[in-house]
Structure formats: structure tokens, C-alpha cells
Design a protein around this ligand. Structure first.
Ligand SMILES: [Zn+2]
Length: 272
């Protein structure tokens, strides 16, 4: 019931031109023009994806949560939305059946560390142990190894990205839309920030461990759908990527100087 009531509030807010969950009606392409051109991203790291079409990826971090994540899965199923879950290993160990359900229902599961440490301040060996333990827990729950990593806090060094990509085959997935839902600003703010900030190719960050985030999702999904956005997983979004940087010269292979574009990626998703 909270969902329809919340959507009503959002709708009324929109009609009254109030900022409550009413996006600014600025077309994504128009707002994009006002931004300076972003520097070319390394090929293994994505905070958004350059795509030709209204495709976006929703991602939910820090779960699974025993009650909120199943509620979110119900919502996503009702909207026929496939999303990404960047899970915490110790939560996977506690609720493997929820992660299994998410994977079974077509969502993509990514590694978000075992206990949410700051990788940027850790030794390689500690990071390696953490990633391996989480990778094993995800594989045990779903039967499939993850191919994406979202470092906690987005904290990871360029050097770590390279060796983690080489050893684990992970792409490093950041985000370009952040509603700061972990500060618990209320469902209306979460909805409003996401809908206002999302553009084609966006990777939207939020957290399925906060009640307000789940409460925000019915209206958020409705409004994103109303804008014409199509929901895909991060790997599907990356598979649609249009080239933004020149391709490496032919013959540059794994042992060439380690530009990120030449690093091996074990994913089955095309990496161009
Ligand atoms: Zn997190």
C-alpha cells in the first residue's frame, strides 16, 4: 500500500510543480550539453556508458537485506526491470537464498567486498583475500562467478584496478547518479534525485538496505519509465557501448605495456 500512496504524493507534487519527486522536465540531452566533456574513461572502469538509446542500469548495493531485498525483488519483477546487486559477502553468507533468487530472476550479481572495507587503504593481499572470499560466496549461492566489482566507497587505486582486472577478470563499476540514499533523506528525495539525474547510459547507485530507498522505487521506476528509459543490467549496458576512445593498435596484446584497454577480460560480454 505504501507504494501507491507514495506515488500519489509524487504525482501531486508534480502537478503542483513542487520539488517533491517531480523532476525538472529538462530533457537529458539538454542537461548533458551544459556539462563539460568528460575525459575518456579507462576501458575496465565504467561510471556510465556511452550508448545510442535510452538505456540505463539500476544498481543496489550493500545487501542482501533479509526483508528489504525480497520486497525490492517483488517490485522489480512487477516492473519487468533487471537490475544489478553489488552484494556484501557476509550478507550473502547470511541470506544466500535471496541472492540465488535475484540471480534466478535475471538480475546481475556483483562483488562489493566481504565487509565493506576501504580497498584504497589495504594491502594487495588483504584485498585479494576479501575479493576471493566474496567471489566464492556469490558462486556458492548462485552457481556463477561475478564479473563485476564495485569497490566500497568507490575507493580503489588505478594500480589495484589493473591487477584485480587481471586476476579476477572484473570490470570496475562505479556510477554517475547518486541519490545519497544512505543519508536517509526520505523516499521523495531519493526518487527526485534519481529521476532528475538519470540520462541515457546512466548507472544509478542506491542501497537496498534502507527502507526509504525501497519506498522510493515504485515512483522512481514509474517516472523513469514515463521518460522512456529502458532498464538493462550493467553488463548489457556495457555490451551496447559505443566507442569513445581510439582502439589500441593491432598487435598490442596482454604483455604490451599495461594500458587498461589491453588488459585481458574474462567476461563473455564484448568489451569494445
Ligand atoms: Zn557499499
Amino acid at each position: 500500500m505504501f507504494g501507491s500512496r507514495f506515488f500519489l504524493i509524487c504525482s501531486l507534487g508534480f502537478l503542483a510543480a513542487s520539488p517533491i519527486c517531480a523532476e525538472n522536465a529538462i530533457p537529458a540531452s539538454a542537461s548533458e550539453k551544459n556539462k563539460p566533456a568528460a575525459p575518456a574513461e579507462p576501458r575496465i572502469t565504467f561510471s556510465r556508458v556511452h550508448v545510442d538509446g535510452p538505456y540505463i542500469a539500476m544498481s543496489f548495493d550493500d545487501g542482501p537485506h533479509g526483508t528489504l531485498t525480497p520486497r525490492l525483488l517483488d517490485l522489480l519483477a512487477a516492473h519487468h526491470v533487471k537490475a544489478n546487486f553489488f552484494v556484501i559477502g557476509e550478507n550473502v553468507a547470511e541470506h544466500p537464498e535471496i541472492v540465488a533468487r535475484a540471480a534466478r530472476e535475471g538480475h546481475e550479481i556483483g562483488n562489493h567486498s566481504w565487509s565493506h572495507p576501504n580497498f584504497g587503504k589495504m594491502s594487495d593481499e588483504a584485498v585479494r583475500r576479501d575479493l576471493r572470499k566474496t567471489d566464492d560466496a556469490i558462486r556458492s549461492a548462485t552457481g556463477t562467478r561475478p564479473i563485476l566489482l564495485r569497490p566500497p566507497y568507490g575507493s580503489i587505486t588505478a594500480r589495484q584496478k589493473k591487477w584485480i582486472n587481471q586476476e579476477f577478470g572484473y570490470k570496475i563499476i562505479l556510477w554517475d547518479v547518486d541519490p545519497l540514499d544512505w543519508k536517509r533523506p526520505g523516499a521523495a528525495a531519493v526518487c527526485n534525485r534519481i529521476v532528475r539525474g538519470t540520462r541515457p547510459g546512466s548507472i544509478v547507485l542506491s542501497h537496498d538496505i534502507h527502507p526509504g530507498t525501497i519506498e522510493a522505487m515504485p515512483a522512481t521506476l514509474d517516472q523513469l519509465e514515463a521518460k522512456g528509459f529502458k532498464f538493462v543490467t550493467v553488463s548489457e549496458l556495457i555490451a551496447m557501448a559505443l566507442p569513445e576512445t581510439p582502439k589500441p593498435a593491432p598487435g598490442k596484446r596482454v604483455n604490451a605495456p599495461a594500458t587498461e584497454a589491453t588488459l585481458p577480460v574474462t567476461s563473455t560480454i564484448p568489451h569494445d
